[in-house]
Design a protein around this ligand. Structure first.
Ligand code: KIV
Length: 410
């Protein structure tokens, strides 16, 4: 049916060319291939990781965390292949080359492995981390805060000394770390050469206003912070990863760490598709293939009502909503699935069921090529409802079967 022009939906401004060199640009750092792969059972082969990395580059992701090279020779190989190919292939209208990043703990062996893997990329990055919360330092690391600062400083300097121009440092469990201690360790690693300071809410403990305040406090109180980019890394244990990430961006973070479909340790991470849809990143190069590929190869099935990419995210079953959609899509959709490269079964996302009303059912008949008069339609609709009561969904075949009943035959 004819629809009036659609309202201005949540379309995002265009990309800024060579954006990563602009300190105000909000970078998207995708860690599907590292944190995402840490989801139980989600490991991918090197070949699968390379396919995902190519897709991420095509999407316009700025930094790809390709893996944790010290974790296995296979992962080192996977990260190296990604660095060699994806890290040297210009993509997008501005021909940018994504940064390829490898994770390492704060020790020389891990850092050497990460450098060996990423150094082939045009823009290589080492991401090194050490825990800074009391609970982690005491029970996991069994080190004093002074020892932790000394290790962090020394290892960031070591990574730089190898020739790595770009070193990211994460104080693990920052969301539960002492503020003064955070300012201190961050100041020290900046002096040692860290270029990005990632603030992980490792156990998804913070509420959005707390995480926003954490980023604002770090920005206001860490000496030398103006020489580095602040980043967010929010786990989803309380279902707040996307909200916390946005609160962090609002407070001044200029790198947001995310994963496709939000996969990651335990309840996962902030999802690429949710964060991008809420910020200034257009996802028009994205197609369902990326989501489906990750779903298939990580073995992590996306729940139907997952925002943006769930099977029901752009589907409408109730009669009132279907009527609204058929009249004007803006009534029940704030984003067009086309804008983010998603396809759906039919133009209006109409799914027929027991809650569907006359408008949607009649449109379906027209779509299937049936013209019946009002009286016939009323009879049909009554019988439709009887069938729909007994089924989760009414398919085209059900409609055809109902129409083949004698009553509708000439
Ligand atoms: O959740 C976390 O703290 C991490 C860091 C290594 C960034 O994954």
């Amino acid at each position: 049916s004819q629809q009036p022009p659609q309202p201005q939906q949540r379309r995002r401004p265009e990309y800024v060319p060579n954006r990563i060199d602009d300190p105000n640009y909000v970078r998207i750092f995708d860690t599907t291939l590292r944190d995402g792969e840490q989801s139980p059972g989600a490991t991918m082969t090197s070949a699968e990781k390379l396919v995902v990395a190519r897709q991420l580059a095509r999407l316009g992701v700025d930094i790809i965390e390709a893996g944790f090279p010290a974790s296995s020779p296979d992962d080192l190989d996977a990260v190296r292949s990604i660095a060699i190919e994806v890290g040297n292939t210009p993509v997008g209208d501005d021909g940018h080359v994504p940064v390829i990043c490898g994770l390492s703990r704060c020790n020389k062996k891990d850092i050497d492995a990460a450098w060996e893997a990423v150094r082939h990329a045009r823009r290589p990055r080492i991401h090194t981390f050490i825990a800074t919360s009391e609970i982690h330092m005491q029970h996991k690391l069994r080190k004093t805060p002074e020892q932790v600062v000394a290790i962090a400083r020394e290892m960031v300097a070591y990574a730089r000394s190898l020739g790595c121009p770009d070193v990211e440092f994460s104080p693990e469990d920052a969301g539960r770390s002492n503020r003064e201690f955070l300012y201190h360790i961050l100041e020290e690693v900046i002096k040692a050469g860290a270029t990005t300071l990632n603030i992980p809410d490792t156990v998804g403990y913070n509420l959005p206003y707390e995480f926003g305040k954490l980023i604002a406090d770090i920005k206001a109180n860490t000496p030398g912070i103006e020489n580095a980019i602040i980043s967010t890394h929010c786990q989803n244990d309380l279902g707040l990863a996307t909200a916390n990430t946005l609160a962090g961006a609002r407070a001044g973070a200029r790198q947001l760490e995310v994963t496709i479909n939000g996969i990651g340790e335990r309840a996962g991470n902030a999802s690429l598709e949710e964060v991008s849809s809420c910020t200034s990143h257009t996802m028009t190069y994205l197609t369902d293939r990326e989501y489906e590929f990750v779903q298939e190869h990580s073995g992590l099935i996306v729940q139907p009502h997952k925002a943006i990419v769930g099977a029901n995210a752009f589907a409408h079953e109730s009669g009132i909503h279907q009527d609204g959609m058929l009249k004007y899509k803006g009534t029940y959709e704030i984003i067009s699935p086309d804008d983010i490269g998603l396809t759906r079964a039919n133009e209006f996302g109409i799914v027929l069921g027991k809650l569907s009303g006359r408008h949607a059912v009649r449109s379906k008949l027209v779509e299937l090529g049936y013209e019946i008069n009002d009286k016939e339609f009323e009879d049909f609709f009554k019988r439709y409802k009887e069938v729909a009561e007994k089924k989760k969904r009414v398919t085209d075949e059900d409609i055809e079967a109902l129409l083949s009943d004698e009553i509708f035959q000439p």
